[in-house]
Ligand binder design. Structure first.
Ligand SMILES: [Zn+2]
Ligand SMILES: [Zn+2]
Length: 347
């Protein structure tokens, strides 16, 4: 089959690799019908994720059709349309028993396209299939479901739920890429009084407005004073969601949050950020971090099926699966072409 493989920093190929097969009784093999590229894949290609070894098939967000299951798989079978989630779960370890699947110590967690071959391929082997695949309701399109493989549960769990957004809150979202936009979308489920989005790119701020941001600010406009002034009594945000992953955006979040407020970090950081405890210690601020658990995926799928979650607009570019390299080029140049998520479909 064809797959996108990693060969050290800056080197990726689209070419032939062996077909995946069931290796463990709990495995399934899924034919990939739609797949996307994640910012994390770009981090891997920069060499920021050293656990990814030469020849690894990348990709951890897909929708597909089950073609084969091991004898230990009970809840999916050949022919089922499924969401291939970014997180796999053994279902047995202490973390999985507490639904903290992202921290699985039994061989799951974020493994696809990281520690085992991923789904930017014609087929993918999915370990722990019962706990890691989600059967898709009829009527949910492949493209919409694809957004629930990672960015929707990530922004909802690590941004909105960790940030404990409640009705009437002032929410600042720093970063209006796919994760920031999905944070805006899922923050709205809790009826905040206002959502303020901050980004460098005008195209992303336009998208933020379409997703429901009330006010958008460029990074130059988003001084801590200017952002705080938008909150009630000029005190700042109840919740600041960091959706970039650079020190400046994290530090901005800690400076715009009101006393007693919450900073929810979602961004993937590659460098240390300064924690301004000299300002924060007296202000009752809560800071949370997290890797997605995908425990909200069934709920989000149900809302999608019920028409209560409008994810249209997040996919900006569509390709055939064999246009993988071109799709990577477009996604890597998102600043120049306004790309949000790119989706690739089996042809
Ligand atoms: Zn991802
Ligand atoms: Zn586990």
């Amino acid at each position: 089959m064809k797959a996108l493989t990693y060969h050290g920093p800056g080197r990726r190929t689209w070419g032939d690799v062996p077909d995946p097969a069931v290796r463990d009784p709990e495995d399934a093999v899924v034919r990939v019908d739609a797949v996307t590229i994640c910012g994390t894949d770009l981090h891997i290609l920069k060499g920021d994720v050293p656990e990814v070894t030469d020849g690894r098939v990348l990709g951890h967000e897909a929708v597909g059709t089950v073609v084969e299951t091991g004898p230990g798989v009970r809840t999916v079978e050949a022919g089922d349309r499924v969401l291939v989630s970014c997180i796999s779960a053994c279902g047995r370890c202490a973390y999985c028993r507490a639904a903290s699947y992202g921290q699985c110590t039994g061989g799951g967690g974020w493994i696809l396209g990281h520690l085992v071959d991923g789904c930017q391929a014609e087929y993918v082997r999915t370990p722990f299939a019962d706990n890691s695949l989600h059967r898709l309701p009829a009527g949910v399109t492949d493209e919409d479901a694809l957004l629930l493989a990672d960015i929707l549960p990530t922004s909802y769990e690590v941004g909105v739920l960790n940030g404990r957004i409640t009705p009437g809150d002032t929410v600042v979202v720093v970063g209006a890429g796919p994760i920031g936009l999905a944070s805006i979308l899922t923050a709205r489920l809790y009826s905040p009084a206002r959502i303020i989005a901050v980004d460098l790119a005008a195209s992303r701020l336009d998208a933020a407005k379409r997703m429901g941001a009330d006010t958008v600010l460029t990074v130059a406009e988003a001084t801590p004073e200017a952002v705080r002034a938008l909150g009630p009594d000029g005190l700042g945000a109840d919740v600041a969601i960091e959706a970039v992953g650079v020190p400046e955006s994290f530090e901005l979040c800690t400076r715009v949050v009101r006393p007693g407020g919450r900073v929810a970090n979602v961004g993937v950081h590659g460098k240390p950020a300064v924690l301004h405890l000299e300002d924060l210690w007296i202000r009752d601020v809560t800071i949370t971090t997290g890797l997605v658990d995908t425990r909200s995926t069934p709920l989000l799928l149900d809302m999608l099926a019920a028409g209560r979650l409008d994810v249209s607009g997040l996919v900006t570019h569509r390709f055939g699966l064999d246009e993988m390299q071109e799709a990577y080029d477009v996604f890597a140049d998102a600043g120049g072409n306004g790309a949000l998520k790119v989706a690739l479909f089996r042809t």
